[in-house]
Design a protein around this ligand. Structure first.
Ligand SMILES: Nc1ncnc2c1ncn2[C@@H]1O[C@H](COP(=O)(O)OP(=O)(O)OP(=O)(O)O)[C@@H](O)[C@H]1O
Ligand SMILES: [Mg+2]
Length: 486
């Protein structure tokens, strides 16, 4: 758990109690409720609650009075002013408001963000130029945390109200509208909110809405965003999503992985990388002994590279390394979907395990996109569209369909586009590739796909024409992999 910017360890029972108190939003939580929720399958003495509460108060230190004992009944959390502030501030009181009062629903417990200083500045600039900016990237890359950091900066430095809306639990258009209305304080509890009520709530206000987690309701989210920014010139929307909204006047910002050390980097260079800093900080948070000799750092660098600098994966791996050690963690990555489980209890279900985060994206793919993704798993390095079609197309799937599917997969941040090459090239992050290969081997088409990739290799090496370095390297990698898999 984060206390301000500090990571602290909390026992699971104490954490459950704290969660209950937070969810009660300042209301009293009775001892019975705590016993039922925290010890659901056992009968325990009330004394257990006292033990957990005194541990919690110890952790809170100077803030220990935030947990208030209601004599004979239970406990309640004294909620900071920020969380109880009305969702909508009347226009007249805008100026002179503190930054805290302007942050509506913006999560308070935030991680100290590593390696995102440049990104924050770029996104703030983009929001000055365009009404809608979407932060895009695969699961766990840090879109939400970056969105929160941007919103905090804007609230601290300007008179703009900031409102955080999470769409994770929403399933349809009405849900999107209701959720935004709830955060803006528009509409009434008993009625379904309407687009008109949203428009009325944003009109004339200097407002930034962070719309978190749009990908599974992408169509309604896009429609609502476009209508809202058309209705109010002072409104800005920062969406986080694994897929672009594709609205008018939208800027895309692809959130990059944290930087990872090159193979052979010096110990100092390894420690300077943000992925390594995140990994080591997470290990320390678990009170693990962290060795920083050259050999240990080399292994940490390998872990960071193999997890592509994705913060969520690094957090999961650091938790494992704290228990099993760094060496065992490296070998665990070969079976990463079984090894990287047990995420933070408070994380959304899609972030509890590495597999869940991939599943979330996978269930949003079309059938053709899924099939093509499985087949692309055979590529261990960058590949061209031509190579992809040679391996993924078959009698039942035309080149055009494969091309369309790759475009869809790239737009959903499942297939990555290499930005530094002149000709368009694609690749899979190592975790995505492992996932795709697992699905391929679960299907009955692995042999066909491997046969086609072998045929592609044979024709490639048979061609006398000059080959680009990347294509040749891909072919070599593919050949090496084919030998290994056969
Ligand atoms: N720059 C960073 N520095 C340190 N930790 C980070 C950073 N970015 C993300 N994290 C951590 O990584 C985890 C995943 O981040 P986040 O929830 O922002 O990912 P996301 O891209 O929004 O994922 P999803 O697609 O599932 O919504 C979080 O636990 C967060 O604390
Ligand atoms: Mg997110």
């Amino acid at each position: 758990m984060y206390l301000d910017d500090r990571l602290v360890q909390v026992g699971s029972r104490a954490f459950d109690i704290l969660e209950l108190l937070i969810l009660a939003r300042g209301k009293t939580v009775t001892k019975d409720e705590i016993l039922r929720r925290v010890w659901p399958n056992s009968v325990v003495e009330e004394n257990n609650i006292h033990v957990q509460l005194s541990a919690l108060r110890k952790i809170l230190g100077a803030d220990k009075h935030a947990i208030c004992t209601i004599s004979g009944r239970g406990y309640r959390l004294i909620v900071p002013a920020e969380a109880t502030a009305p969702a909508v501030l009347p226009e007249a009181v805008h100026s002179g408001q503190t930054a805290a009062a302007r942050r509506h629903g913006l999560p308070v417990c935030h991680v100290p963000l590593l390696g995102r200083e440049g990104a924050i500045a770029d996104i703030i600039r983009a929001l000055q130029e365009t009404p809608i900016v979407s932060l895009l990237g695969p699961g766990g890359i840090g879109k939400t945390q970056l969105g929160i950091a941007v919103a905090r900066s804007i609230a601290a430095a300007s008179e703009v109200d900031v409102c955080f809306v999470t769409l994770a639990a929403v399933e349809n258009a009405q849900g999107v509208i209701n959720m935004i209305a709830g955060a803006l304080g528009a509409g009434h509890a008993d009625d379904e909110a309407t687009l008109q009520s949203l428009i009325a709530a944003v009109r004339g206000r200097k407002l930034l809405v962070v719309l978190d987690n749009c990908e599974h309701v992408i169509d309604p989210a896009a429609t609502v965003c476009e209508l809202l920014v058309q209705a109010s010139a002072d409104l800005r929307i920062l969406a986080t999503s694994r897929e672009p909204l594709r609205t008018r006047e939208e800027k895309f910002y692809w959130v990059a992985p944290l930087d990872t050390p090159d193979a052979g980097a010096s110990p100092a260079a390894i420690q300077a990388c943000s992925s390594v800093r995140l990994f080591l900080a997470q290990m320390r948070a678990f009170n693990a002994e962290v060795e920083t000799d050259a050999g240990s750092l080399e292994m940490v660098a390998t872990i960071c590279r193999r997890l592509d600098g994705v913060p969520l994966a690094l957090e999961l791996a650091a938790a494992r390394a704290a228990v099993f050690g760094i060496r065992k963690t490296i070998s665990g990555l070969d079976d990463r979907f079984h090894f990287l489980t047990g995420g933070r209890r408070t994380a959304p279900p899609r972030q509890q395990t590495l597999e869940a985060t991939l599943d979330w994206s996978y269930q949003l793919l079309s059938t053709t996109e899924r099939i093509v993704l499985h087949r692309l798993g055979v590529f261990p390095a960058r590949f061209s569209l031509e190579a992809a079609c040679a391996v993924a197309a078959c009698e039942r799937l035309s080149h055009n369909e494969v091309t369309e599917a790759i475009v869809g997969l790239a737009s959903k941040c499942v297939v990555m586009t290499a930005l530094d090459s002149k000709t368009k090239e694609y690749f899979l992050l190592e975790t995505t590739r492992e996932y795709a290969l697992r699905k391929l081997y679960e299907s009955d088409e692995a042999d066909d796909v491997l046969t086609r990739s072998a045929a592609y290799l044979a024709s490639f090496y048979a061609q006398p024409r000059a080959r680009s370095f990347t294509t040749a390297r891909l072919a070599d990698n593919l050949a090496a992999e084919s030998v290994a898999t056969r």
